[in-house]
Design a protein around this ligand. Sequence first.
Ligand SMILES: [Zn+2]
Length: 357
Amino acid sequence: MNLLESQLDYPLGEVLPEPGTVHEMAPGVYWLRMALPFALNHINLWMLEDEIDRGNGPERGWTLVDCGIANDATRASWEQIFAQHLGGLPVLRVIVTHCHPDHVGLASWLCERWNVPVWMTASEYAFARMMSASLPGADGTAMFPHFQLHGLRDPATVEKLQARKTYYASLVPAVPHAYHRMHSGQNIRIGQHGWQLITGFGHSPEHASLYCAGLNMLISGDMVLPRISTNVSVFAIEPEANPVQLYLDSLDKFRHLPADVLVLPSHGKPFRGLHTRIDQLHAHHVARLDEVRIACATPQSATDIVPIMFSRAMDAHQLTFAIGEALAHLHKLWFDGELKRQIGEDGVVRFQTVKIE
Ligand SMILES: [Zn+2]
């Protein structure tokens, strides 16, 4: 929770579109909100007026940005949108910011329903395919040895995690079998406007945010959120990742945007104050790193660090993200040469401050 949220400006006040409805943000730009069955209970999606020539001359319609998870409630919300808010025009394309289930979940259903392509960066598309297929190393089973190596030994929690082997596939049962590749710096024409693609790292493999200078709007995805800090975790498939560094470096790629750009985030409300939020997020990670550094005067596993970084009670799902995030902060200090890494006789990895003689 961002204690400095009052420093940000919410120009729409308390407006929140109900699932199945839309709210106009600017001519041709609409905000949709779908329910999620998690502690994070909603995702924002965007609908942009578009015109694309698919081979039969220019055709008017809609580009969707992100999809919601694959469940009946989200499909029903989409059907309501299709029936009431498309103005009789078709969906022409689906852009997905990144591979997480709330963003890519219904991409396959939407693309089949409208016979349109999905646009994604290559890494996000590949990860979505790997995880949806539960490939070895990318399925839920890969996380047990990873979390055990980092100190998770409580049998009840391990048992709960075992029930989540096909967790991703349950939320993303299919991903389109072909895609249109998006890449860093690309300018994507959507209707009357150009949107510049800004890739971000640390939260997901190659996250796509979209900035429109003409509208002075940034579809930030999960890279910049107003109320919660973006999750940055070390996962089993990339056990020596340094996502905190990648994330902080990526945040700075948004600094050149205008101070008054309207940020359209995937969670929370549209806001102004991008530069303030970037500063807050840097300060947040500096504070977490300070806590971790102090704790590591004695050897600490990632699981040991969790209660130091997070004061709230957590279920098994939240605990996996918390261990991943604790490890991410340990890794940043380890890569910076401030911590050393040792494997104990119990097989647990612990980190400790490097003593400067
Ligand atoms: Zn995400």
